[in-house]
Ligand binder design. Structure first.
Ligand SMILES: *Cc1c(COP(=O)(O)O)cnc(C)c1O
Length: 404
C-alpha cells in the first residue's frame, strides 16, 4: 500500500516528468550496498542493480571516496587539455581489456554510436568499402540503446516505430545465435558485426556455446570487425571480466558502459585494437564530458575494485547457486518456462503472462526487480551480494509464485 507521502511524490513525477518510464510503485530515497530504502523507511534488496550499472552495489565506499577526492581536485576540463587522471584511465582500461586504445563517452548509446562511426570509417578507409555503402550486421532482439540511429535497427516495434525515418540498408538483421546466418549475410560492403554476448534487454538470451567463437572467426575470415557490446554483460556481471572472456577470442572493438561508472556517474567507452582505433583523427568525434576527470577517477577505481576484490568469483559462484535453486523451485514449475543466464545475469521466463505483476508482487516482499520482454524477470543483483541475501530473494520468489 502506498502512503500519502509516496502518492504525492508519484503524482508530482507524473505531472512534471515525461512519461517515458513506467516505474514500479515505490519511492526510493536512500541506498547502501545491496539495499535501498523507500521514503517510509522500508528496506529492499536490489536485484536489478540499475540494469547492471551497480555491479559494486550502491555507494561503494571506495568509489565514493574516489569521487570525493577527485571532486575536490578537478571535475571537468573538456578534452581541449590533457589531464593526468585521463592518462591513468585510458592506460588502465586498455590493459584491463587486453586491447590497445580507448575512446571515452558518457552513456552506453553514445559508445555504441561511436563504435558504429569507427567501424564505418574503418570500412571506407581500410577495407575499401565504397563511400556511403557500409553495412553493419546486427541481431534480432538486440538492444544497443535509444538514439535515432540505434532504434532504427531495433527489432522491438515500440523502440523503433514513430521515430523514423531511418537509414535503410545501413544495418542488416540476422537471428541471434546463428553463425551460419552471419556468414550468409556478409557482403563486400559489410564493415562490422555488432553483437551482445548475451542479450540483456532482449530477454537474457544465451547463445549456443560456440557461437561467439564461430562468429569471431567468420568476421576474421571475411575481413569485417567483430564488435562486442558488453555494456550490460561486462565488468564481472557474468562471472568473468567480460562475457566474451568465457571464450577464447578478442573483439576488434569492445563497448563498455553502465558499471564502468561504479554506479555513481555515467561513463562509457569504446576500447579497441590500435589499427582500428587509429582511423579516428582529431575532430572526427568527441564529447564535452567524455573522459572528464571526475568520471575517469571513478572508473579507475572500479577497475581496481574488480582486480582486488573477489566480485567476479562471487558472481560466478553465487550465480550458479542462484540459477540452480531457481531451476529446482518446488511447486512452481508450471509457472516457470525457463531459467537461463550466466553469472549474476539471470532471466526467469514465466510460462504465463505477467512479468509486471510478478515485479509488483515481489516488491511487496521487499525485493526489487524488473521484467524485460513482458514475461522474463531479470535478476541482476550487485556482485557484492551474499548467499544469505540470495536465499532471502529465493524465498520471496517462491512466495510470489506459490501465491500466483
Ligand atoms: C543499457 C545498454 C545500452 C545502452 O546504454 P545507455 O547507457 O542506457 O545508453 C546499450 N547496449 C546494451 C547491451 C545495454 O544493456
Amino acid at each position: 500500500m502506498l502512503s500519502p507521502t509516496s502518492l504525492e511524490i508519484i503524482e508530482k513525477i507524473n505531472r512534471y516528468s515525461a512519461n517515458n518510464y513506467h516505474p514500479l510503485p515505490v519511492v526510493l530515497t536512500k541506498s547502501a550496498g545491496t539495499r535501498v530504502w523507500d521514503v517510509e523507511g522500508r528496506e529492499y534488496i536490489d536485484m536489478l542493480s540499475a540494469y547492471s550499472a551497480l555491479n559494486f552495489g550502491h555507494n561503494h565506499p571506495r568509489l565514493v571516496e574516489a569521487l570525493n577526492r577527485q571532486a575536490k581536485l578537478m571535475c571537468v576540463t573538456s578534452r581541449a587539455f590533457n589531464t593526468d587522471i585521463f592518462a591513468e584511465f585510458v592506460e588502465h582500461l586498455a590493459r584491463f581489456c587486453f586491447l590497445d586504445k580507448v575512446l571515452p563517452m558518457n552513456s552506453g548509446a553514445e559508445a555504441v554510436e561511436t563504435a558504429i562511426k569507427i567501424a564505418r570509417k574503418w570500412g571506407y578507409t581500410v577495407k575499401g568499402v565504397k563511400r556511403n555503402k557500409a553495412e553493419i550486421i546486427v541481431c534480432d532482439n538486440n538492444f544497443h540503446g535509444r538514439t535515432t540511429t540505434i532504434v532504427g535497427f531495433s527489432s522491438t516495434p515500440q523502440y523503433r516505430d514513430d521515430f523514423g525515418p531511418y537509414a535503410s540498408r545501413a544495418f542488416k538483421t540476422i537471428p541471434f545465435g546463428d553463425a551460419e546466418a552471419l556468414e550468409r549475410a556478409i557482403t563486400k560492403n559489410t564493415a562490422a558485426f555488432l553483437v551482445e554476448p548475451i542479450q540483456g534487454e532482449g530477454g537474457i538470451n544465451v547463445p549456443p556455446e560456440d557461437y561467439l567463437n564461430k562468429a569471431c572467426s567468420i568476421c576474421r575470415e571475411h575481413n569485417i570487425l567483430f564488435v562486442a557490446d558488453e555494456i550490460q554483460t561486462g565488468l564481472g556481471r557474468t562471472g568473468n571480466k567480460f562475457c566474451f572472456w568465457h571464450q577464447c577470442l578478442s573483439p576488434d572493438l569492445l563497448i563498455v558502459g553502465k558499471a564502468l561508472g561504479g554506479g555513481l556517474l555515467p561513463i562509457s567507452a569504446v576500447v579497441g585494437k590500435k589499427e582500428v582505433m587509429d582511423v579516428i583523427k582529431p575532430g572526427d568525434h568527441g564529447s564535452t564530458f567524455g573522459g572528464n576527470p571526475l568520471a575517469c577517477a571513478v572508473a579507475v577505481e572500479t577497475l581496481k575494485i574488480l582486480e582486488e576484490e573477489p566480485l567476479i568469483e562471487n558472481a560466478a559462484k553465487l550465480g550458479k547457486y542462484f540459477m540452480g535453486e531457481l531451476k529446482m523451485m518446488n511447486g512452481c514449475q508450471q509457472l516457470i518456462k525457463e531459467v537461463r543466464g550466466m553469472g549474476l545475469l539471470i532471466g526467469l521466463e514465466l510460462a504465463v503472462e505477467g512479468g509486471r505483476k510478478f515485479c509488483e508482487k515481489i516488491l511487496e516482499r521487499r525485493v526489487l526487480c524488473k521484467e524485460t520482454k513482458e514475461n522474463v524477470i531479470r535478476f541482476a543483483p550487485p556482485l557484492t551480494i551474499t548467499k544469505e541475501e540470495i536465499d532471502l530473494a529465493l524465498e520471496a520468489i517462491d512466495c510470489v509464485l506459490t501465491h500466483w
